[in-house]
Design a protein around this ligand. Structure first.
Ligand SMILES: [Zn+2]
Length: 138
C-alpha cells in the first residue's frame, strides 16, 4: 500500500525495532511507496510510519528490500551531500565508498540471512537508509 512520507523528527529519531517474518507488509509498503515517488532511491520503514528495521533501495531499476540491515564493514570514506524525502534541506555527511552489509530477506515466509558488498551510489543510499533505522537523519 502507498503510504504518506513521515516528516516528524521525533518519530524519525527513534531506533527501529527488530523486524520479523510478520513484517512482510512493511516491505511491500516500502516497495509500493517507492514506486509512487519519482526519483526515490531509498526508503526506510520509519519514513512510512513503521517502527521496524526494514529498508528498501533501488538498483538497476529494481527495488530491493532488506530486513534488519547492518553495516559490518566499510572503507574509503568520502564527503557527501544528501537530500532526504523526510527533510527540507540537504545535509553534509560522511559516507563510505565500499561497504559490506548483513541483512535478511523474506523468502518462503521466513527471514534468511544474507551478506553482500556494495559500492558507489548504491552503497551510499544503503548507508542513508540504515542510518534511518538507527534514528539518524543525515
Ligand atoms: Zn532519508
Amino acid at each position: 500500500m502507498i503510504k504518506d512520507i513521515v516528516r516528524d523528527k521525533d518519530f524519525l529519531s527513534q531506533v527501529a525495532e527488530p523486524a520479523t517474518a510478520d513484517d512482510a507488509e512493511v516491505g511491500q509498503d516500502l516497495v509500493d511507496t517507492m514506486g509512487s515517488i519519482e526519483g526515490c532511491a531509498c526508503l526506510a520503514a520509519n519514513q512510512i510510519g513503521s517502527t521496524k528495521a526494514v529498508i528498501a533501495y533501488e538498483e538497476n531499476g529494481r527495488v530491493h528490500v532488506m530486513y534488519n540491515p547492518k553495516l559490518v564493514a566499510y572503507m574509503q570514506p568520502f564527503p557527501a551531500v544528501e537530500s532526504c524525502l523526510s527533510l527540507e534541506e540537504q545535509s553534509p555527511v560522511q559516507r563510505f565508498n565500499l561497504i559490506r552489509v548483513s541483512y535478511q530477506v523474506l523468502a518462503d515466509g521466513k527471514l534468511q540471512n544474507r551478506t553482500k558488498k556494495f559500492s558507489g551510489w548504491t552503497a551510499e543510499i544503503i548507508q542513508h537508509a540504515i542510518d534511518h533505522t538507527k534514528g539518524v537523519l543525515v
